[in-house]
Every structure is written in C-alpha cells, then in structure tokens.
Design a protein around this ligand. Structure first.
Ligand code: UDP
Ligand code: MG
Length: 285
C-alpha cells in the first residue's frame, strides 16, 4: 500500500527542512510505503530550489512546479491529480498540521472511511483575528451554504483512492475543496487535533484571500446570491409601483410636476425593477 502526502508550498523556504525532518521518521514507521508530493505554487523565495534538491536526494520526494502562484486550492488539485497512492493525504507545509496524526488517519481509512478530516479542537497558534474570522466563516458557511460542512475542518485530510478519483472528476477552476467533499457525501470521519503555531514564516492567507475563498465557496455551492437578486428585484418593483402611482397622481391631479418628468420616472421604475427580476431569474436557471 502506498501513501501519497501532498504538500502545497508557497514561500516556505525557511520551514521545509524542519518539515521533512519531522515527517520522514513518522512516514518510515508507518506500515505503508510513501511518497511526498510537493507542489511549488510559484514560490519566489527559493523554495523551488530547496525542493528540487530534496527530490534529487530522495526518490520518495516528488516535485510539481506551477508556473505562477495559482493559490492554495489549485495547488492541492494539482497534487491530487498526480498522487499515485492508495491513500492520499493533503497537509500544510508549515507544520500547523501535525504529521503525528497520519498513522491514526490511515488506520481510520482502513476501517472503511473514504475521507478522514482533521478537526481543529484548539488553535492556540492562531491570533484573535484569525480565530474570530475563521469562526465567522464556518458559522456563515454552515448556516447559509451547506449544513454538511464540518466546523473547524480545513484542508488537512486523507482520501481513499476511490475518494481521490471522485474528487478528480471535478474540474472547476474556482474550487473549494471542503465543499466538494461535503457535497460528494463520501463516508467521512473527523479526528480532533491541536493546531500549533506556524513553525516558520508567515501566513499566506491574509484577510483578503480568506474573503476570496469565502466567495468561491459561496458562489460554487449556493444560489443564495442569485436568490437575493430576485428578492431585491421584488422589493424594487414594489417600491417603484408605489412611486409610479404617486408620480401619476402628482402629474394629473395635483399638477405639481414639470411636463415630461412623469413619463421618464415611470419608464425608469418599470425597467429597473424588471431588469433586476429578470437577472435573478436567468441566474436561477
Ligand atoms: N499556500 C499555497 N499557495 C498560496 C497560499 C498558501 O500553496 O497561494 C500553501 C502554504 O504554503 C501552506 C498552505 O498552503 O502550506 C496553507 O497556507 P497557510 O499556512 O499560509 O494558511 P493558514 O494556515 O494561515 O490558514
Ligand atoms: Mg498554516
């Protein structure tokens, strides 16, 4: 049995040796052969050179180099596409996802689970800002997007071979891996772990990138924004109808308007409302 360990890397040069030093003995002790697939996501800090050397020294270390920075989710996708293992695990390069969990995850897969996801029980390593935005993110996603999303589960996850093949079937450009896994309805189990502080370097997920990820998640797994457009169309149309009546009254009865004003206002109201409604409808299809 072969275990593929997929690790996306974006400017992690300082931490890579420590990562391999901690990962290697654990992987060796496991009752499975292993390969480590690093995906260099367009690093500019020399990570690529270090990874090239590592892969030259050790036949178990493989390297995929992306031409530019495509983002974490795309890097994971590339890794999953090239992983040959009977089990494939995705983990961060910064040691926030402890490799010590791998034997347990593999054990659970052997008991018949397709997806084994690691769940952050505590995150002493993340500051207040990161923790609170993450909590808001999971709350929002579960409330409005998909109930099946497990809270506090990131991308540290082990897939069985059939699960990898199922995930590979999805080729969307903007991906939200967690949503995909939840949507596929694979037999999933979570294992709790303590999320440590980043061993080296800084986070590659500033607020803006988190918001982008949230938008990808929302737009690929929910029609909520489209439904909101329709709802807005209804509100605008109702308000417009009231104003329409008022304008006609002012023009014909009260005679308080300039000639031409009423027809302009009425046309404007009718078309804005209808267009918004139509956009929402088209979107729903
Ligand atoms: N990463 C990547 N491409 C990116 C951003 C991040 O490959 O554009 C990698 C990064 O090197 C790390 C993992 O994805 O291995 C998770 O990123 P990070 O640890 O910065 O996220 P956080 O743990 O702070 O949410
Ligand atoms: Mg991290």
């Amino acid at each position: 049995m072969l275990l593929s360990i997929v690790i996306p890397v974006y400017n992690e040069a300082t931490g890579l040796p420590a990562l391999m030093a901690r990962l290697r003995p654990i992987a060796r002790r496991m009752d499975a052969d292993y390969e480590v697939i690093f995906v260099d996501d367009g690093s500019t800090d020399g990570s690529g050179r270090i990874l090239t050397e590592m892969s030259a020294d050790d036949r178990r270390v493989k390297l995929l180099s992306l031409s530019r920075n495509f983002g974490h989710q795309a890097a994971i996708t590339a890794g999953l596409d090239f992983a040959n293992g009977d089990a494939v695990v995705v983990m961060d390069a910064d040691l926030q996802d402890p490799p010590e969990l791998l034997p347990d995850m593999l054990h659970l897969m052997r008991q018949g689970y397709d997806v084994v996801s690691a769940q952050r029980r505590t995150r002493p390593g993340d500051g207040f800002g990161k923790r609170s935005t993450a909590a808001a993110f999971y709350w929002f996603m579960r409330r409005f997007i998909d109930q099946r999303l497990a809270p506090e589960v990131g991308d540290f996850r082990l897939f069985s071979r059939p699960a990898v093949l199922a995930v590979r079937g999805f080729r969307e450009q903007h991906r939200f891996m967690r949503g995909l896994v939840a949507w596929l309805g694979l037999k999933e189990v979570t294992v709790p772990f303590q999320r440590e502080t980043r061993a080296h370097g800084t986070t590659k997920y500033p607020l803006l990138k988190m918001l982008q990820l949230a938008w990808t998640a929302i737009s690929s797994f929910s029609a909520l924004p489209l439904r909101l457009t329709t709802a807005l169309g209804v509100v605008v149309t109702l308000f417009g109808t009231g104003y329409f009546v008022y304008s006609v009254f002012s023009a014909l009865v009260a005679r308080t308007t300039m000639p031409g004003w009423t027809s302009l206002v009425c046309l404007q109201i009718i078309f804005s409302g209808t267009i918004l409604l139509a956009v929402g409808m088209v979107g729903n299809y």
